[in-house]
Design a protein around this ligand. Structure first.
Ligand SMILES: O=C(CO)COP(=O)(O)O
Length: 257
């Protein structure tokens, strides 16, 4: 079985209520149905999740995701949102391990393993993010760094759990910088990640796992990235805040993925 292809919007902390609803409407209503095996996913801030879910509910090709969830199911955790709350809304995906959360909220492998397991228990599909900073790449240590970020979380999961995980390679130096990894650089890392999955789990699981690229993905570079054999889609930040740009990336995915 071939890996599912996804083009995922990560709005981060952008778009207040009315502009957010307008953008959701524009993106979802303009998209022509995608063929089977391809999905568009939108991960807006929490305030938009319920509306987004309503707008996407009759589409078999559009799904909604959250940008984070708490480790615990419920309790005295002021300001937090739990995985059961997201699942109850019908949300399908949750982004976990984004470098901005690792940096700003000290999320480490141990905590992310627990979050991934909690999300899975609630029926959500985690989009697990990882990627190296520039000094690590410069030293030629990018693969070793990525392998460790994979191992500390995925190494704690069984094959059945792994079947519901989406991976997102996001080199930190490419996030929000306009400096994307070249298609060859991205493909080299994606092939390495697939080889890791084959070694750690099985060749079958490695082939079935969706591996996204993230970091300054734009309409101008999406097609070349998507043409790489081990790239199954993208996690898009800045360019997902503009309907035309994001839909252009989704269209590149329709052709190339
Ligand atoms: O962090 C990202 C997606 O999660 C990538 O952000 P940019 O597309 O803005 O570089």
């Amino acid at each position: 079985m071939k890996a599912k292809s996804l083009v995922v919007a990560n709005w981060k902390m952008n778009k207040s209520y009315v502009p957010g609803i307008m953008l959701l409407n524009q993106i979802i209503s303009t998209l022509d149905p995608l063929p089977e095996g391809k999905e568009m996913v939108i991960c807006p801030p929490y305030i938009h999740l319920q509306t987004a879910q309503t707008l996407a509910k009759d589409r078999f090709d559009v799904y909604i995701g959250a940008q984070n969830c708490h480790v615990q199911k419920e309790g005295a955790y002021t300001g937090e949102i739990s995985a059961p709350m997201l699942a109850d809304l019908g949300i399908k995906y949750v982004i976990l391990g984004h470098s901005e959360r690792r940096r700003d909220f000290a999320e480490d492998g141990k905590m992310l393993t627990e979050k991934v397991k909690q999300a899975l228990r609630q029926g959500l599909q985690p989009i697990y993010c990882f990627g190296e900073p520039w000094p690590v790449r410069k030293e030629g240590q990018a693969q070793a760094f990525v392998e460790q970020q994979l191992q500390e979380v995925l190494g704690q999961l069984d094959a059945q759990q792994m079947e519901r995980i989406v991976l997102a390679y996001e080199p930190i130096w490419a996030i929000g910088t306009g400096q994307t990894a070249s298609p060859a650089e991205a493909e080299e890392m994606h092939a390495f990640i697939r080889a890791y999955l084959a070694k750690q789990f099985s060749e079958d699981l490695a082939q079935k796992t969706t591996i996204l690229y993230g970091g300054s993905c734009k309409p101008s570079n999406a097609a070349a990235l998507f043409a790489q054999p081990n790239i199954n889609g993208a996690l898009v930040g800045g360019a997902s805040l503009d309907a035309e740009d994001f839909l252009a990336i989704v269209e590149a995915g329709r052709k190339e993925l």
